[in-house]
Write a protein of this length. Structure first.
Length: 508
């Protein structure tokens, strides 16, 4: 048998009273693709932060090449050939893509002067490897979340690591970008790189993994050869129960029209395309889920931002909410009118790190907790506890720091916050990004329940199966234009993909 490259021996990690990892033991052999699966909060990311030197205070031991591994920090891990692509992106938004890739290990001329030309050229080579059109001089803050993720991947590739940890690397990538990433992974494996891959997407795991280790509640449940198991078994091991296939094919009763937009356009100043969105028409009714499909850059997020008053420039066209023409210049106006939104980029636009779970959930509707002109701590606690229970948010207490939660549970807090405003129109921008299969099923059921209670919902997703599962209608965008609209019974993945690849439309 091949000697293990990495051995985890009774690794235990506590955050105050919470045991994040409980005597975790398994091994990884050289050159393998080892998948790590588990629900949000199972301990996957915590374990990988320990292996990559981000967390140094833990019990147990890690062996590398049979020798005890004691890391002083992420830079020490890189010296040992260990690199990680975090689920929560760690980029400096005001630096360029090239500067982020070489941050802390800048190339220099004569050992003194920064060699910007060399760094830009090296970054361009990495982006060419990833087959993406990001320019080395692009500021990261101007890149969409999917492109930022590609910068993180390029940064990891630049380190020429022999152990590459990928924590949900495809969560914001399109189908084409995922295919490119897998081609890069295949090349890396040919070069002997060992991959540890965290993902909730069973198709990715079973396409690539040699072995799969499942964590649940901080403990190792089992390590299995891919050929000896199935997606259904892995899902059952992850959640400790059977997950019924979510499908909502029974007819929902649609009510009155909640939203109509006519000829909505969004200017793109200084860009050759001129319009981020070009003459979009759509409507959505009470009790209906409208999906927005499209490749990266199609305009999905921009469309929701226009509806929520947070677009980079004022949109043109008409927007009618419950029959009354409106124009929002700020999200506060949208919230007052009954429109709530859950952002795709929770780190940049969603969470407020100093706040705790309770404060996040009640932030947008503190009026509901007011008694006698003051915010009632008792009422606010009750509202938060209700949301924590109904969305099954995993947190030690309602007073826990939001940063102590897993990415998926942070996302649930943002959904809870939006629902606390009691909206008539809910905008969900890729709401299950980074959420595990069990939590996804809960979110799908919640969407169905809210819809049947009369809420109008518009949802975007980078996963077509998700839209096929929850939507009554799906509108397709390509390069800012509407290229198709389909009702349940008409839409399939091939039909949607064909519409997503068009460049012109008569569907408007």
């Amino acid at each position: 048998m091949t000697a293990p490259l990495i051995q985890f021996v009774n690794v235990t990690k506590r955050f105050d009273a919470v045991i994040a990892l409980d005597a975790v033991s398994f091994d990884v052999v050289p050159g393998e693709f080892h998948a790590l699966c588990g629900e949000n909060g199972a301990g996957k990311s915590t374990l990988m932060k320990i292996l990559s030197g981000v967390l140094g205070d833990y019990d147990g031991a890690i062996h590398l090449d049979g020798e005890p591994l004691h890391l002083t920090g992420p830079r020490d891990a890189e010296v040992h050939g260990i690199s990680i692509i975090h689920q929560e992106l760690n980029l400096v938004s005001d630096l360029t893509a090239a500067a982020n890739i070489f941050l802390g290990r800048e190339l220099r001329r004569g050992g003194i002067w920064l060699d910007d030309t060399a760094m830009r050229e090296a970054a361009a080579t990495l982006f060419a490897q990833l087959e993406c059109d990001i320019r080395p001089t692009d500021l990261v803050r101007r890149l969409r979340i999917g492109d930022q993720q590609l910068v993180e991947i390029a940064k990891a590739l630049s380190l020429k690591a022999r152990i590459l940890i990928m924590d949900e690397p495809t969560s914001a990538l399109t189908v084409a970008e995922v295919e490119r990433l897998f081609r890069i992974i295949a090349k890396l494996r040919q070069q002997g790189v060992t991959i540890i891959y965290i993902s909730h997407k069973m198709d990715e795991v079973f396409r690539n993994a040699d072995r799969i280790t499942v964590l649940r509640d901080g403990k190792v449940v089992q390590t299995l050869d891919r050929a000896a198991t199935s997606p259904q078994e892995i899902t059952r091991l992850m959640v400790g129960r059977e997950i019924d296939a979510s499908s909502f094919h029974s007819t929902r009763l649609r009510g009155e029209e909640v939203l109509r937009i006519e000829q909505l356009s969004l200017p793109w100043t200084g860009h050759a395309r001129k319009w981020r969105l070009d003459r979009i028409n759509l409507s959505v009714r009470k009790g209906e889920v409208l999906g927005i499909a499209g490749l990266m850059g199609a305009g999905r997020t921009e469309l929701l931002e226009c509806l929520y008053g947070s677009s980079p420039e004022p949109p043109q066209g008409r927007m009618l909410l419950r029959g009354r023409e409106v124009r929002f210049s700020h999200p506060a106006e949208a919230l007052r009118a009954g429109v709530a939104m859950v952002t795709e980029d929770r780190k940049r636009y969603g969470i407020v790190p100093p706040m705790n779970v309770r404060e996040h959930i009640t932030l947008s509707n503190l009026r509901a907790a007011v008694a006698g002109g003051f915010v009632s701590a008792r009422r606010e606690r009750a509202l938060a506890e209700n949301s924590i229970a109904s969305l099954r948010i995993k947190t030690a207490t309602r007073e826990s720091a939001i940063s102590s939660l897993s990415g998926g549970n942070q996302q649930k807090c943002l959904i809870a916050r939006a629902l606390r405003t009691q909206p008539t129109l809910l905008l969900l921008d890729d709401p299950t990004r980074g959420i595990d299969v069990g939590a996804k099923a809960e979110i799908y059921r919640l969407i169905d329940e809210l819809c049947r209670q009369g809420l109008a919902i518009i949802i975007t997703s980078s996963e077509l199966p998700e839209l096929l599962t929850v939507c009554d209608r799906i509108l397709v965008l390509c390069e800012g234009r509407k290229t198709g609209e389909f009702v349940r019974g008409e839409f399939t993945e091939p039909i949607l993909m064909a519409a997503m690849m068009r460049t012109s439309s008569n569907a408007n």
